[in-house]
Each structure stands twice: as C-alpha cells, then as structure tokens.
Design a protein around this ligand. Structure first.
Ligand code: PLP
Length: 382
C-alpha cells in the first residue's frame, strides 16, 4: 500500500522530483495584475486594489464586509478585539489547531481554554464545548459567562475549520447562544468551503481568513476580517490603520492602533488569485475524489467533508491506525521525495499553553498521533 500511495501521488503530479504539501499556483493573470500595480506606483497601503479585492471577497463569500490585513493572524487578533475580548478574560477554542489561533488570544492578554474536536469534522465539538461550560461556568446576573474557578469572564468561542472542513456551526451556534458567547471564526483554512450552503467566515461576529503562501489562495502574506455588521467593520478598519482619525491635514490618532493593513501590491496578487479560486476548488475536489478511492478499503481513513458541507479540501488527510502506522507512512513518503506532514502538536501540550483549563481531550490526542496530510496543490499546467 505504501508504494501504491507514492506511485499515485507521483503519477497525479506527473513528477519524480520533490512534491511539496501545498504550493501556490500562479498564471499570467496574476503577473498582469502585479505589473499593473507596479506601473501605478501604488504598492503600499493606499490603492484601488485593496478596496476592489475586499469587494470581490464579499461577492465570493456573500459577506457584507471584508477588511483585508497583512496576515491571517492579525485579522484574528482584531476579530477578537472587536468581538469584545479583553485582557484577563478567557476564550474557548480547540486544542487541535495551528498555534496562531492561541497566539492571537494571548496578544490581547486573554487566555485560551481548550475543548475537544469531533472525529468527523476535526473541528470544534459542540458537545465538548457544552460539557465544559456545564461543569465549569455559570451565567452571572448581568448575563456574562463566568469561569467558576477563577471568576474570570469567558467572552468568546473560536472554532477553527481544520484543513478547510467545516466545523459543526449549528451545534456551536446553539451552545454559544445559550451561554451568551460571541463566535469568532478562525476560517484561515476555509476560504471556498460551505456549511449548509453558507460560506465559512460568515458565521462569526467577526471571522478571519488567511492568504499566506500555503493557503487555498495567497497574497504572499495576508488575511481578511469578515463581518456582517457595519459598526464592527468600521471599528476593525480603524484599529488596523493606526486608529487614525479622518482629517484634511493633521495626524490625529484616538487610541493605540495597529499597522495591520494589506498593501496594495498584495491585494493585486490576491485579486488575480481570487479570480481563479473557482477553478482551484474544482481541481481540489477532483484530487480529493482520487484520494478517497485510493484509500477505500485500506487501513487508512480518508478525512472527508462532513455531511451537508462542501469542503475546499485545502489539505487532504488520512487517519492512520496508530503512531507507528503513521510514522511508516511519513517515512515512506519522505523516502520517495514526497512531502507528508503530521498534524500540529495539540496546543495543551505546548509549554506556553500547558496551564490552560481544558476538558478531557480524547479525540484531539487520538488524532494528534494519527493524522497525515498529503500533497494537495492545484496541479501546475505543463
Ligand atoms: C494559516 C493559519 C492562521 C494564520 O494565518 P497567517 O496568515 O499565517 O498569519 C491562523 N489559523 C490557522 C488555523 C491557520 O491555518
């Protein structure tokens, strides 16, 4: 089977050279947009591409507002701030995530609480979220969700859509409503995915997308904050652009802001990429179909889109039978010059988050030893 897997991947990507996990795909469309941007001389934080890219993101996701940023992490940082997260509060997220999710929480001086993921979606498990709250939280007289042991406020919940597969948003929304918790989606991996027909990134009070080089589309580095609320959009834009007050002449800033805006040159690349996203998604689904058949009736469980969802299949993944089984797959891929990857070490096992409150994280620990990501790039035209 190991040979069959390598052969399939080499055959699909039509090469025996090194095959990366996920490489960007550029065409003359992107070159032209970049050249036009250079010719305009507007390469920095002022320029027409930024607004146009934001509008195009809104059209694609059916979001009311999009505010582009210089990274997905900065979009998430601002999303948490505008959702009302403050210093010394708690934010509930999943332990199975990329470290940026927790870092953004820490930037505010808040701290993460970890709940488990579901085996089906690899995203936040609503039952685990609810169990944590029932055991460890109460609603105060003024309606705030309070952590029993520390009396600190729990202010938001951050589901992350692992590898682009939608988390169970109905379940999560239901629990968050009961407990007065704001949802901030880490949709960094989820551009182009849908949950019951609705685009990921449009479920949160504010949500973050990433356009880093390894994501579905890239601006080199970059991200976007999506929101359906004009006040949140305005506040985000203000915070991201050094909190500068509009004035004809003078430089006036009304609070400590951030320099998080996306430069115009990155937005020009993003516009080119976004215009090709539909095509990328079609190709990524075809590759997922092939992986699905390859692993049918094997000892590997292919991670498929959850029912009712349409996934972007950003990164294809299999669940192995155990750690040794996983390592043999990783070794075999490495020997054949193919990049495979284990999943992130769970956040509750990292030194800086080891003290965070958590529930039993059974699924997280099970998956952490068994997941392997497989090459998932959109094929280069030859
Ligand atoms: C990529 C990613 C981010 C951060 O995005 P950057 O653009 O690299 O800052 C955040 N969360 C998750 C889950 C990611 O995969």
């Amino acid at each position: 089977m190991l040979n069959k897997i390598s052969q399939f991947i080499q055959c699909y990507f039509d090469t025996k050279d090194f095959i990366p996990l996920h490489e960007p795909n550029f065409s003359s469309t992107e070159s032209q947009m970049l050249m036009d941007c250079l010719d305009s001389t507007y390469v920095s934080t002022v320029g027409a591409n930024v607004t146009q890219f934001e509008n195009e993101i809104c059209t694609f996701t059916q979001s009311n507002y999009a505010v582009t940023t210089n990274s997905g992490t900065s979009a998430l940082h601002i999303a948490l701030l505008v959702a009302g997260v403050e210093q010394d509060q708690f934010v509930i997220t999943q332990s199975l995530t990329f470290v940026a999710t927790c870092n953004a929480i820490s930037y505010i001086g808040a701290a993460p609480i970890f709940v488990d993921v579901s085996l089906q979606s690899l995203g936040m498990c609503p039952a685990s979220l609810e169990n944590f709250l029932l055991e460890n939280a109460f609603i105060s007289e003024d309606g705030a969700c309070i952590h029993k042991k520390t009396k600190k406020k729990i202010s938001a919940v951050v589901p992350m859509h692992t590898f682009g597969h939608p988390s169970d948003m109905n379940g999560i929304q239901h629990v968050c409503k009961k407990w007065n918790l704001a949802i901030v989606e880490d949709a960094a991996e989820g551009l182009g995915s849908q949950y019951h027909g609705q685009a990921l990134g449009t479920f949160g009070k504010a949500s973050a997308l990433s356009f880093n080089g390894n994501k579905v589309i890239t601006t080199g580095g970059g991200g976007a904050l999506l929101t359906q609320d004009i006040q949140i959009a305005d506040k985000s834009r203000h915070l991201m652009s050094t909190a500068k007050v509009k004035h004809e002449r003078e430089f006036i800033h009304d609070q400590i802001g951030f320099n998080y805006r996306m430069p115009n040159i990155n937005a020009s690349l993003g516009r080119g990429q976004l215009s090709r996203l539909e095509g990328f998604l079609i190709e990524k689904r075809l590759l997922a179909d092939e992986y699905r058949s390859l692993f049918l009736q094997s000892h590997y469980c292919f991670v498929d889109e959850p029912p009712g969802c349409r996934s972007n299949f950003w990164l294809n993944a299999v669940i192995c039978e155990g750690k040794l089984h996983r390592d043999s797959l990783l070794d075999s891929l490495e020997k054949d010059n193919i990049m495979g990857r284990p999943v992130w070490r769970p956040m509750h096992l990292l030194d800086m988050y080891a003290d965070a409150p958590n529930l039993a994280l059974k699924n997280t620990e099970y998956l952490a030893e068994r997941i392997v990501n497989l090459p998932s790039s959109v094929k280069k035209k030859r």
